[in-house]
Design a protein around this ligand. Structure first.
Ligand code: NAI
Ligand code: MG
Length: 485
């Protein structure tokens, strides 16, 4: 079957890009062509923003009640559940993640949509108490307006649902710009949204390049809020681009998260979890635990155990249900990761497992890199300071609690942090001392619709999941009534 040509969704209509151009998306497991994707221009972004504005201000959507929005989100969740297998396969095909992983993701996203459906019904203002007894004052929450979302490739369906859910719950509208490497799931989600009854213009998808469609959306004066997930450098550009009309921003910008193992921990559980923390999705996870601090007396043995578990993982085409780790998303990402690996070796690190791109019949056409556990690493190495976004884990010995807190915090990032200990007091001390948006004690990378997630420092601002996520799509209006008049 010839690869499809995918169009943009603007105002409920599937349309070609105004410049008539497309780009290719490929399967990273074998390099095969999956589809041609419409390459949106600034003009297309303009049309999408205009449609989102019209839908927000005067379309049928502007008259949807909270109950209507809840029902819509519930329908969308049901449809996603109906098509779960299709969506899981699509993400696996386009970005390589193992099917077991993508199936789990879709199930979680169905639950997430139902969570947002609940929040849609429980947005409340306040009645306030001015000192003048003749005054009545209250606050009401109003949707912020037209939202833009710019998302990465490491979880295309995930990021799309995470941006769309709160928009629908709050009564805002959305223009979504998927990542160049992973447009298919966002486009199918848009199809599903139309089937669920999302009115025209409420959800628009403009596929295309970051520097073209992405930049046009980030600067657009008709956009009230941008939600961005991706690299720090692009995040900084989004901040600059927002200045023209002072857009509200939420930014999720990755990290270099510490995972800290004390000798008193359940070391077996910690070793298993350390592997998942660093290597799930082949390390292409914003909150990956990539700096594994281990108390010195157990460091060598622990690193060896982590490497042993990692070396047992089955690497291959994500569509194989036995696969634990799929390919990296693209040749570009493989080359980034390989460069980091070469730097780490040149700076004196040793690889206990992995260490170079996989080759051979099953691997040559794709972008496979094995899980790599480093020893003899140190805090100043580039591979320990910078986000790699690939399956490379640095193990780092430490001697005291005080020291490891300082080293864990000595980074520009602050997304997640893991702590493994059997001491309740230490668990509390570290949870407070670590500068991160989330701290996981005796677990790692847990997420739940009800629990907020986000970063501090260069890892970003704003929170996703939880009530707070939806609240960020509202602005507060204060209403005063002089009862003496
Ligand atoms: P990126 O930050 O450049 O891309 C993310 C999104 O931003 C894509 O949709 C892209 O088209 C868009 N974009 C790029 N330039 C833009 C601009 N000037 N204006 C508006 N939108 C723009 O990330 P990329 O190049 O895909 O990956 C580079 C590195 O970023 C990775 O190796 C990883 O370290 C990090 N990253 C972090 C993610 C996270 O979840 N926090 C996700 C993806 C990447
Ligand atoms: Mg691809």
């Amino acid at each position: 079957m010839a690869p499809r040509i995918e169009k943009l969704l603007i105002d409920g209509q599937w349309t070609e890009a105004s410049g008539g151009e497309t780009f290719e998306t490929i399967n990273p497991a074998d390099g095969s062509l999956l589809a041609h994707i419409a390459r949106a221009t600034a003009q297309d972004v303009d049309r999408a923003v205009a449609a989102a504005r019209a839908a927000f201000e005067q379309g049928p959507w502007s008259r949807f009640s909270p109950a209507d929005r809840q029902a819509l989100l519930m329908r969308l969740a049901d449809l996603l559940e109906r098509d779960a297998e299709h969506f899981a396969r699509l993400d696996t095909l386009e970005m390589g993640s193992p099917i077991r992983h993508t199936r789990g993701s879709v199930a979680m996203l169905v639950d997430l949509l139902r969570y947002f459906a609940g929040i849609a019904r429980s947005i409340e203002g306040t009645t306030n108490a001015p000192s003048d007894p003749g005054l009545f004052a209250c606050t009401v929450k109003e949707p912020v307006g037209v939202c833009g979302a710019i998302i990465p490739w490491n979880g295309p369906l995930w990021a799309s649902v995470l941006k769309l859910g709160p928009v629908l719950a709050s009564g805002c509208t959305l223009v979504l710009k998927p990542a160049e490497d992973a447009s298919l799931a966002p486009l199918r989600l848009a199809e599903l949204a139309l089937e669920a009854g999302v009115p025209d213009g409420v959800f628009n998808v403009v596929t295309g390049f970051g520097t073209e469609a992405g930049a046009a959306l980030a600067t657009h004066p008709g956009v009230d809020k941008i939600a961005f997930t991706g690299s720090v450098e692009t995040g900084q550009q989004i901040i600059r681009a927002s200045a023209g009309n002072l857009k509200r921003l939420s930014l999720e910008l990755g990290g270099k998260s510490p995972n800290i193992v004390f000798a008193d921990a359940n070391l077996e559980a910690a070793a298993q979890a350390a592997v998942g923390a660093a290597f799930a999705n082949s390390g292409q996870v914003c909150s990956a635990g990539t700096r594994l601090f281990v108390e010195r007396p157990v460091h060598r043995a622990f690193a060896a155990e982590v490497a042993r578990i990692a070396a047992d993982l089955k690497i291959g085409d994500g569509l194989d249900p036995q696969t634990d780790l799929g390919p990296l998303v693209s040749a570009r990402q493989l080359s980034r990761v390989s460069t980091h690996m070469e730097d780490a070796l040149a700076e004196g690190a040793q690889a206990l497992s992995g260490g170079a791109r996989l080759s051979g019949a099953d691997y040559d056409q794709g972008f496979f890199f094995p899980p790599t556990v480093l020893v003899d690493a140190h805090d100043e190495m580039r591979a320990v300071r910078e986000e790699i976004f690939g399956p490379i884990l640095a193990t780092l010995p430490f001697d005291s609690e005080h020291e490891v807190i300082a080293r864990a915090n000595a980074t520009q990032f602050g997304l997640g942090a893991g702590v493994w200990t059997s001491s309740v007091g230490r668990a509390h001390r570290l949870s407070r001392a670590l500068k991160a948006g989330s701290v996981w004690v005796n677990c790692y990378n847990r997420i739940d619709p009800a629990v907020p997630s986000g970063g501090v420092k260069a890892s970003g601002q704003g929170r996703e999941y939880g009530r707070q996520h939806v609240e960020e799509h509202f602005q507060l209006k204060s209403v005063w009534i002089d009862t003496a008049v």
